[in-house]
Design a protein around this ligand. Structure first.
Ligand SMILES: [Mg+2]
Length: 308
């Protein structure tokens, strides 16, 4: 049972990290994106992953070691594997500094922004493996995604964004044998998302007509320009819902949307991977992404002495 859950989380991590690494080339750089989008040309390897993947690796490690989101361990992992060059947002720089100075994660997370906590998209960008792991138990998807988010992003909007992305990942797996219309998929996600601006954005996404262009959707819903959960998650889920059976289309759409492209692609890629499976992610894309570090994924490979 747990091996199956972990395999799903690993698949989400693959989809998330490949999307993040390709999307990362084009973050807030629409001119560059347009040049590559014209013929969907791939940048040369290696594709370096960004903070989205770094933090997802810690989530994956925590699930592998504990089978649930152990918040104290997750906070230590976030701080311990922090790498400055990965494009973290300012609130994570502060968070890591606080943890390394001995502050408890709860105080560090809940005290920022005048005690409101952060509503950045950082809780949602890394959460797909949580949805994947608990995909057979939706109440746990909601609970464990909330726990994974509040370690750094305690504001209700940040948490609503994380819950939405995690539930979408779980539902992508549950819908893997058919292709629900986008509105049906988004309605199923909405059932689990608490009242919030994120939820209002998801309702707007659900109500966009089938003819809506990506450009119009990005204009209406936001494309992460504020780097908030509210202006990133609705568009990411709209993209995932429209391309639930086509991983590359989902990621290229995240790039074409402009804005916070690595995070849009991490979210959409992490969700859609659960629907298309490992074989739905081009192997060339996986080999272009820099290898994931041993501390997070080394144990995934069965060793030679194992007869399991
Ligand atoms: Mg990033």
């Amino acid at each position: 049972m747990d091996a199956e859950r972990l395999a799903r989380a690993r698949l989400a991590l693959e989809g998330l990290s490949v999307g993040d690494a390709l999307g990362g080339f084009f973050e807030f750089n629409d001119r560059l994106a347009a040049a590559f989008l014209a013929d969907r040309r791939l940048p040369s390897a290696p594709w370096h992953y960004t903070d989205d993947t770094s933090m997802a690796l810690s989530i994956y490690e925590t699930l592998r070691l504990h089978g649930f989101i152990h918040q104290d361990e997750l906070a230590v992992s976030f701080a311990g594997y922090y790498e400055r060059g990965r494009g973290y947002g300012p609130s994570i720089h502060r968070f890591v500094h606080a943890i390394l100075n001995g502050q408890h994660w709860r105080e560090a997370s809940f005290s920022v922004f005048g005690g409101q906590g952060s509503w950045g998209n950082g809780g949602a960008m890394r959460v797909a493996p949580v949805g994947a792991y608990f995909a057979d138990d939706l109440p746990q998807v909601v609970e464990q995604s909330r726990r994974s988010c509040e370690v750094t992003h305690a504001h209700p909007e940040g948490i609503a964004g994380a819950v939405a992305v995690a539930v979408a990942s779980a539902l992508a797996w549950r819908f893997r044998d058919r292709t629900p219309p986008p509105a049906e998929f988004l309605d199923a996600v909405l059932e689990h998302v608490p009242e919030s601006d994120v939820r209002a954005g998801l309702r707007r996404a659900r109500d966009l007509s089938a003819e809506t262009t990506l450009e119009a959707a990005a204009e209406t819903l936001g494309a992460g320009q504020q780097v908030s959960a509210q202006d990133t998650v609705p568009l990411a889920l709209w993209i995932a819902a429209r391309h639930l059976k086509a991983y590359t289309d989902a990621v290229w759409s995240g790039i074409a949307a402009g804005g916070d492209t690595d995070t849009l692609c991490a979210m959409a890629g992490g969700i859609v991977a659960l629907s298309v499976g490992q074989e739905g992610i081009p192997s060339e894309w996986i080999t272009h992404r820099e290898p994931l570090p041993d501390w997070a994924v080394a144990d995934d490979e069965p060793d030679e002495d194992s007869h399991a």
